[in-house]
Design a protein around this ligand. Structure first.
Ligand code: GRF
Length: 203
């Protein structure tokens, strides 16, 4: 299995996936980590772990469609079976999403369908929920609404700020994202009627 991971920043989710792949000796290769920002911190981690990196700066494209078309070309040069969005902060065109249908995963820092979009921790605090979390889902054209693979929840505690809550959620992201990717690699995920089925491991 060949995997391409897309990042825009810190890349801690990418890091968690790379570490799990190495520690658990996944039958998969992280073929490349691609960032739309040259300054993304995660690029250094990837390089220092022997992973090929590439940058495609969205600012040098005239519009979303031309950026996405070039991004598809770049990603496909690695012949990935799976594309993993890990803090990739660009909205993707329908063409892009359709091209990777069934092999494009994202992590969103909320218990979807609650709080799609940005600033999810602020949204959760404002809404006064007692539970918050993160969701790994297949990407479809409806933003943050694709079939869900796994969720993790954390309590919202008195005195929480967006930052303290984000940290608590992020820890769980680092648990569930590698797990979801592993399930994909092991062919345990199938999508039926917009729902994900996780089949048991092979004996
Ligand atoms: C994570 O909270 C992820 O859920 C969200 O953006 C953040 C990225 O963090 N989409 P990192 O770059 O993986 O550290």
């Amino acid at each position: 299995t060949s995997i391409v991971i897309l990042i825009s920043g810190r890349g801690s989710n990418m890091e968690a996936i790379v570490k799990a792949a190495q520690n658990e000796a996944w039958p998969a290769k992280i073929a490349a980590v691609i960032s739309n920002r040259p300054e993304a911190g995660g690029l250094d981690f990837a390089k220092s772990h022997g992973i090929e990196t590439a940058v495609l700066d969205h600012r040098s494209f005239k519009d979303r469609a031309s950026f996405d078309a070039k991004l598809v070309e770049l990603i496909d040069s690695y012949k990935p079976d799976l594309v993993v969005l890990a803090g990739f902060m660009r909205i993707l065109t329908g063409d892009f999403v359709r091209h990777y249908e069934g092999r494009l995963l994202n992590i969103h820092p909320s218990l979807l369908p609650l709080f799609p979009g940005l600033h999810t921790h602020e949204q959760a605090l404002e809404a006064g929920v007692s539970e918050h979390g993160a969701t790994v889902h297949f990407v479809t054209e409806a933003l943050d609404h694709g079939p869900m693979v796994i969720q993790a929840s954390v309590p919202v505690l008195p005195g929480d700020t967006p930052d303290t809550l984000a940290q608590r959620v992020l820890k769980q992201e680092h648990v569930i994202y590698p797990r979801a990717v592993r399930w994909f690699i092991d062919n345990r995920l199938s999508i039926s009627e917009n729902r994900v089925l996780v089949s048991p491991p092979e004996a």
